[in-house]
Write a protein that binds this ligand. Structure first.
Ligand code: AMP
Ligand code: GLY
Length: 439
């Protein structure tokens, strides 16, 4: 099979690494890719938003399967675009169509979907310029903290947890009246704050059946101990000691299965990954958000634990045969530690040489790349998140220590990483669960 993978992050390097191991993968292309994906296949200089260019490439190179990594092309309808064109309509597309991608693309759509299908989530109300003043009253009388969310995609910045009403009202006003997040924020979801441990659960679904991938937890804040600004993700670990078989059964019964049935009832065609951003509140799972794709850096921790052939899984997805698949999961833990450019998530410089990638192979460790580019004979930084180093271990502690050890062998100017990834799970008791708080 000829495969095109769309995207350029660490998630795509992990996917490319896995796809290239499959006997069913003849040629692998990545658009636009990074210096890491170039070691698994051929990078193509096409933007993820260039649907006609990508479609033309697929026709010329006889691509059989397209895996879409990031949310933006999905939310903007890449799957529908390929389906509607006779030149590309035969291609297996992994990712939801535009309608179902609204689960991520519109928070109001996702909340309405959950309400309609009785899927547990935070209580909420939605407001626009039309019912602006009811929103003001709603916020004023709401318990604190209160969560204010821009409806559409806002590059991870559209969620504000407000600890007083004045701040909440001001954010609300900025979003609706002053277009703080452009069109994405002209509709606002105002939500109850949920206090608990966050976790990420992933499935691959053919719209009727699903297979469960290993769960993970990501670490979004820039500073150790979960302090400072939010980032795209500084690391991830899998599995989570708090996800007991009983807790996972609750997640399947109350969240995953009602979601897949809901998609069918609403006639929302879905063949691809669903990422459930969950929170455990008093032992019960609730949905914080849906994403219509895999997470980054969670993919770098999760995919190395999947022993099945990924191309076979994707083909079974396209043929609605996922009920025939027996998932094989590596029992070892994985930990991914992300190395970022100095200054990230604020201003940072690019073009710094990454040293040590050739010389330091370490058994049980994979160095995934995200913001990198090959320049002459060197690999240089090209983004905020630069490397995502994943290691296997008997437990999370061992896996994190090995990833940190690997990072000590690698270098670029002003490189920074968190060495406390997975900190809640690294005590002497391997079954330890984290305290019930995300504050
Ligand atoms: P989202 O973009 O919806 O994932 O929100 C980003 C982050 O904001 C989540 O990962 C949570 O840490 C936090 N968050 C969102 N909604 C809530 C909520 N209702 N209660 C507590 N934290 C939340
Ligand atoms: N790591 C969170 C995300 O991919 O959205």
């Amino acid at each position: 099979m000829n495969i095109l993978l769309i995207g350029s992050g660490g998630r795509e390097h992990a996917f490319a690494w896995k796809l290239s191991q499959s006997n069913s993968c003849s040629r692998l292309f990545i658009a636009p890719g990074n210096a890491g994906t170039a070691t698994c296949g051929t990078n193509i200089d096409l933007a993820t938003s260039d649907f006609p260019g990508l479609a033309g490439f697929c026709r010329d190179e006889k691509i059989d399967l397209v895996l879409v990594g990031p949310e933006e092309p999905l939310v903007n309808g890449i799957v529908d675009f390929f389906r509607q064109d006779s030149m590309t309509s035969h291609i297996i597309m992994i990712g939801p169509g535009k309608a179902a991608a609204q689960l991520e693309g519109s928070k109001a759509f996702a909340k309405d979907f959950m309400k309609r299908h009785s899927i547990p989530t935070a209580d909420y109300a939605e407001f626009t310029a039309e019912n602006y003043s009811s929103g003001v009253d709603y916020i004023k009388s709401h318990a604190l903290p209160i969560v204010i969310k821009a409806d559409g995609l806002a590059a991870g910045k559209g969620v504000l947890i407000c600890h007083n009403h004045i701040e909440a009202l001001s954010e609300y006003e900025l979003m609706i009246n002053r277009s703080k997040f452009g069109e994405a924020g002209k509709k606002v979801v105002v939500e109850e704050f949920l206090d608990g441990i966050e976790l990420s659960v992933f499935v691959l679904t053919d719209g009727e059946h699903y297979v469960l991938l290993p769960e993970a937890k990501d670490y979004k804040r820039i500073g150790e101990g979960d302090t400072g600004l939010n980032t795209g993700g500084m690391g991830a670990v899998s599995p989570l000691p708090l996800v007991t078989p009983e807790f996972m059964q609750k997640i399947r019964d109350r969240i995953i299965e009602p979601t897949i049935r809901g998609l069918q009832q609403d006639q929302l065609e879905y063949r691809g990954f669903i990422f459930f951003g969950l929170i455990r509140v008093n032992g019960e799972p609730k949905v914080i958000e849906y994403n219509c794709r895999m997470g980054d850096p969670e993919t770098e921790a999760v995919i190395p634990r999947v022993e099945n052939d990924l191309v076979e899984l994707l083909v079974a997805t396209s043929q609605k045969r996922l009920d025939e698949i027996d998932m094989q999961i590596d029992p070892r833990a994985t930990a991914t530690v992300v190395a970022v450019s100095g200054g990230y998530p604020g201003h940072y410089e690019k073009g710094k040489a990454v040293i040590g990638l050739d010389g330091h192979a370490l058994e049980g460790t994979i160095v995934f790349q995200s913001g990198t580019i090959a320049e002459d004979d060197a690999i240089v930084t090209n983004g905020g998140r630069v490397l995502a180093v994943t290691s296997y271990g008997e437990n999370i502690n061992e896996a994190v220590e090995q990833s940190v050890y690997m990072l000590e062998q690698l270098h670029f100017e002003d490189m920074y990483y968190r060495s406390d990834i997975g900190y809640e799970f690294r005590g002497s008791d391997p079954e330890a669960t984290a305290p019930e708080t995300n504050e």
